[in-house]
Design a protein around this ligand. Structure first.
Ligand code: NAP
Length: 356
């Protein structure tokens, strides 16, 4: 029974995708006499948490009810909204069922302790693995202090991403491309190398049938030369204020106002920590890398990639551009993947994995 209501919490939580970052996705269900009497989720960053939303939507008195939530109710006050554990106590909830404890050091079990101290029964760890997957981006940042970096690429079955001329649109089918847009939605920024901008002029927006995102992810272009086509879509379209160019200290960039140019102290060696910190100043806490090979290899070789998604089309190109640009010289130095999952996506294969 606990699992059933927790799955409903996950469904509700997912509705906040693309809107709550850097906060976690949270859904809450209030149950009395086996029936759901209130539901809510965290709808947007800065907005009410899932608990007050569920109380607001409750159709009857919640006294003595069980509250299900996929994340431990918060108890800290240094944030935009009031803490939820005292509210749960005030509403005289009898039992709180939690999927994951909040790794945020300001909570970290203290929310659950506060509830217990007030005489509320607390159950934790229900569908813990599913909850971890749902909030992978949030948990990763809380535990490591780094943004989750997700590398996505599309290739032919023989691992080629573009013709020798550089042409690459489109290798995979519409289902895989749509799935890629759903991936983008979860991240604060889509990152590309300047050569992909020059060759493809991608929009890097989210285009999903019947869905208008409340917020587009940032588009981040990495360049050492500053040679960027001024007429590129990312500099001209309606979301151009959400485009950033990342470059070195002295490179001239004319395509964007200075506040959209992120200047790093050096580009070689690439200062990843400085890069992440400067992106965080723009509210970017998770990255979706979309190519090309040079950008991907830069992140892979420095062990900066956490997760990988590869779409493989049932096509063979032969001579063409490889997925990655680096060279391995010894078999024991190959980059290793973990937790490989494979599914079909239209005519294509989708492979996801974690980097070791
Ligand atoms: N099939 C797919 O999924 C897919 C996806 C994306 C791209 N592609 C294809 O991939 C090709 C482009 O890939 P690519 O490997 O040639 O290039 P890329 O990775 O897109 O871009 C390389 C450029 O990024 C910048 N850069 C890389 N490392 C840097 C660093 N440490 N500091 C500063 N800037 C840095 C440099 O820009 P500057 O030269 O300006 O210094 C470099 O030339 C295109 O043909 C595109 O169509 C395919």
């Amino acid at each position: 029974m606990h699992e059933h209501f927790m799955r409903r919490c996950f469904e509700l939580a997912r509705q906040g995708t693309g809107r709550v970052s850097p906060n976690p996705l949270v859904g809450v269900v209030i149950v009395k006499n086996g029936q759901i009497i209130g539901e809510g989720f965290h709808e947007r960053h800065g907005g009410a948490h899932a608990e007050p939303n569920a109380f607001k939507n409750a159709t009857e008195d919640v006294t003595g009810a069980t509250l299900y939530t996929n994340l431990e109710p918060c108890c800290h006050t240094k944030k935009l909204t009031p803490p939820c554990a005292p509210l749960v106590i005030e509403k005289r909830i009898a039992h709180v069922v939690i999927c994951n404890l909040d790794p945020n050091p300001s909570v970290a079990g203290q929310g659950a302790e506060q509830l217990k101290a007030a005489g509320v029964q607390v159950t934790t760890g229900v569908l813990e693995q599913e909850g971890e997957a749902l909030n992978e981006i949030f948990f990763h940042r809380m535990r490591t202090g780094r943004p989750l970096v997700h590398l996505k690429s599309a290739a032919t079955l023989d691992g080629k991403t573009a013709l020798p001329s550089g042409e690459s649109k489109w290798i995979t089918g519409p289902e895989a491309r749509e799935d890629g847009h759903r991936g983008r939605l979860q991240y604060d920024a889509v990152v590309i190398g300047a050569e992909t901008l020059r060759k493809d002029d991608p929009a890097l927006t989210i285009r999903l049938p019947g869905f208008t995102p409340e917020r587009m992810p940032f588009r981040v272009v990495l360049t050492g030369s500053g040679k960027l086509p001024a007429g590129a879509q990312v500099f001209k379209d309606d979301f151009r204020h959400r485009t950033l160019v990342v470059t070195g200290p002295d490179i001239k960039i004319d395509s964007l106002p200075p506040q959209q140019v992120v200047r790093l102290s050096t580009l070689a060696p690439f200062p990843f920590d400085e890069f992440y910190n400067k992106l965080a100043e723009h509210g970017i806490y998770s990255l979706w890398l979309e190519g090309g090979a040079a950008l991907h290899s830069l992140f892979l070789q420095h062990k900066q990639v956490d997760r990988l998604t590869l779409y493989l089309a049932p096509k063979i190109m032969g001579e063409g551009r490889a997925l990655f640009a680096h060279t391995s010289t010894a078999l024991q130095d190959l980059l290793l993947l973990d937790r490989l999952e494979v599914q079909t996506m239209g005519a294509d294969l989708k492979i996801t994995a974690k980097m070791n």
